[in-house]
Design a protein around this ligand. Structure first.
Ligand code: DGJ
Length: 359
């Protein structure tokens, strides 16, 4: 048993502040116990230079052991000569290395919202993250708008980056000139398939795309693949066209799908909205703001990143959010709150100053 105090500094078992923002959580069964892996952005140095993806592990969700930086950012092309990077990328040619470097470049890349799921077929761990940064034609930090994938045989890495991609586009006019964008994202592993959920169409529309069996690409291959011909409702779904949502966190309760999202206001918090669906690529219905007595209408000064089952049979989940501190991102705080799926199928998130987790 342990006490969670939302918004207060959270230290790992070495007494160092936990650096895992925009996080995702992976519960794994190991030797008859649930071990939780917490992955997130290491913002020790603020927005940049990038550090990479940091992981921690715990069996009680309170005491977190440091697993280190499991996907590391890089200083220059020379960094490939270091043994750590040789081991991961030594087999690549210069052009391929240059592509990897673009996504891991400490001084220009944007690496946000990493999520990891386990692939039973390959017995490996698959990480996707929002890979952004400038492009050949734009200096903007969020011009690239891709999703990147990395794999590892161990939950604590090291993860090898495979590449970054534009994802799906529905074929209609909206953002046809800039198709397949992927910004804020999450992953969801269902019983029979896994999905990536991401802000597309310049953050105006959330998409859900099905992943292939290896979880390393979407089933349609993405807009840049030859003969790209996705099928809506099979390969992907568009959720809330023009809804302008981001920070998706998806979970399933008693056969229904739920997704908590935020609006798009940069680092500033805004009211959450959640949606509900009978099938993951099916119709999603806007259910409104799940927060109870959130007087400022700011999701209790936080932005969603993940929803973790706590006692799902009794409708108990944990809402995981970030309270960003834009001028001092390293000191952004974690807001974990009780999320309930009520008997009528509605979702509520309530503020608590502290709460005791009963695992
Ligand atoms: C909101 C997103 O949810 C964050 O992950 C980050 O991209 C900020 N915008 C940057 O302003």
């Amino acid at each position: 048993m342990g006490i969670i105090k939302p918004g207060t500094p959270w230290l790992d078992t070495n007494g160092k502040i936990i650096q895992a923002h925009g996080s995702g959580m992976l519960p794994m069964q190991e030797n008859g116990k649930t071990v939780y892996y917490w992955y997130g952005e290491d913002k020790t140095d603020g927005y940049r230079p990038l550090v990479g993806v940091h992981a921690y592990k715990s069996t009680d969700l309170l005491n977190w052991e440091d697993c280190g930086v499991v996907l590391k950012a890089m200083d220059s092309m020379e960094t490939f000569n270091e043994p750590y990077f040789q081991e991961l990328y030594g087999h690549l040619n210069q052009e391929e290395k240059a592509a990897i470097f673009t996504d891991l470049h400490k001084h220009t890349a944007v690496l946000e919202r990493p999520k990891v799921i386990y692939n039973a077929k390959n017995n490996n761990y698959v990480m996707w993250f929002h890979a952004d940064g400038p492009t050949a034609t734009s200096t903007a930090n969020y011009a690239k708008a891709k999703a990147a994938v990395a794999v590892s045989d161990s939950p604590c890495g090291p993860f090898t980056l495979l590449g970054s991609y534009r994802l799906d586009h529905y074929g209609g006019e909206h953002y046809l000139h800039n198709p397949g964008m992927a910004r804020d994202m999450t992953l969801f592993a269902d019983d029979d398939a896994a999905y990536i959920i991401y802000s597309n169409e310049e953050n105006y529309t959330l998409y859900i795309s099905r992943l292939n069996d290896d979880y390393t690409m979407i089933t349609s291959g993405g807009v840049e693949s030859p003969g790209y011909a996705p099928v809506e409702g099979v390969d992907y779904a568009r959720v809330f066209p023009m809804g302008h949502r981001e920070a998706p966190a998806l979970f399933k309760h008693k056969g229904k799908y739920y997704m908590v999202t935020s609006g798009c206001t940069g680092w500033r918090p805004n009211p959450a909205l959640y949606a509900k669906a009978d099938s993951i690529l099916g119709e999603w219905t806007n259910m409104g703001d799940p927060c109870v007595d959130d007087v400022k209408r700011t999701t209790f000064d936080s932005q969603s990143t993940h929803v973790l089952p706590l006692d799902p049979d009794n409708g108990k989940y944990i809402y995981l959010g970030d309270r960003w501190v834009p001028d001092d991102l390293a000191n952004s705080r974690y807001i974990w709150l009780p999320l309930a799926v009520n008997k009528d199928g509605s979702v509520t998130i309530e503020w608590v100053d502290e709460w005791q987790l009963q695992l």
